[in-house]
Design a protein around this ligand. Sequence first.
Ligand SMILES: [Zn+2]
Length: 412
Amino acid sequence: MTSSTSEIYTTRVLRVRDKDRHTAWLAQLACEVNTVWNYCNELQIRVFERERKFITGFGFWPYLKGCTRGETALSLPIQTVQETAEQYARSRRQHRRVRLAWRKSKGVRKSLGWLPFKIRTIKYAHGQIYYAGKWLSVWDSWGLGAHELRAGSFSEDSRGLWYLNVTVNVKRSEKVPVDGGAIGLDLGLKELVALSDGTKVAAERFYRDMEPALARAQRAGKSKRAKAIHTKVANRRKDFLHKITTKLVRQHSVICVGDVNASALARGPHAKSVLDAGWSAMRTMLQYKCDDAGAWFVKVPEAGTTRMCNDCGAVSGPKGIADLPVRQWVCAACGASHDRDTNAARNILDRGLAILEEQFAAAGEAKAVEAAVNEIGQHARSVGVGHDPLEVGILALKGREDVKRSQKWRWG
Ligand SMILES: [Zn+2]
């Protein structure tokens, strides 16, 4: 058995718009999904009252048998019925509840339409998707025909537009741009990102810019207009983040990012800025773009990175949120003067590289074990997914101060 990395795949969800002429039909099917969901909920409630037991995803199957046949049959494919029940069981377990909220098909609190399906439920041909006995047209912005379509869902957004979300396997690139250098990112409120090389990317105030217009629309009771503004804000932010992350991944082979907890900060006085910054979206983008490009993405525990002097390691810097106004400081121990965010980004880079080093050491051990197992002729698993760190040698990269610091990242 070889440990070749030539057949590495990663999963990705592709999302394409369904053409509007299918809206009514999809909405009608979504009502049936709600019926199945609510049926599962009711069954679960009764079983719990009687036996104090929970039903698993498979456990629902016998009760749902035959619901797609006969006079009162649902129009849903059986795979959608089953997936709905399984999703119900998963959500219930995840939320640790005895019961979940009912899905509503009508009224002001109507649930957004949702049609899950399993692998081998939908078919693709000539730019159309076959589902539940019908060919649907989509705005195929991804070139779906090039992929094997797996499980997924149709879903409705708050404006009533429908989308197809489908999982596919995409091949990971094997190319590892070793010369790209390593960089640390400090996600912030004042600046969106500070980089370990001293560059900063300002946070765009997408939401705050649009706030007056949004307030006007809400006062005038124009909910459609308000929704359109929300969508516009979201699209602009996404576009901005895509540009930054693509650039970062193109120019670096190692990207280290702090694990700053957005949801905790979003409860505080900086809530609006936090939500506007889009940290988690940015991290997600970096993660999959790194996967694609064969670069390393390292999430680093952020605690203390602001306070620690990157030159001498003394804990002498400003204290997190409380000292947020402090942008520049001088280390009391060694006298080095620091920019708050750049210093933090450098600490994040150092920690990230240390984490990678540990991983590589572990991978090295696993590789040695694998070689030994191969030798005695047993079946062996290949270790690690994606990169082969030992061959690429990031350890060498770490030692090279010039690679680490001199790679000036130009923005614009
Ligand atoms: Zn110092």
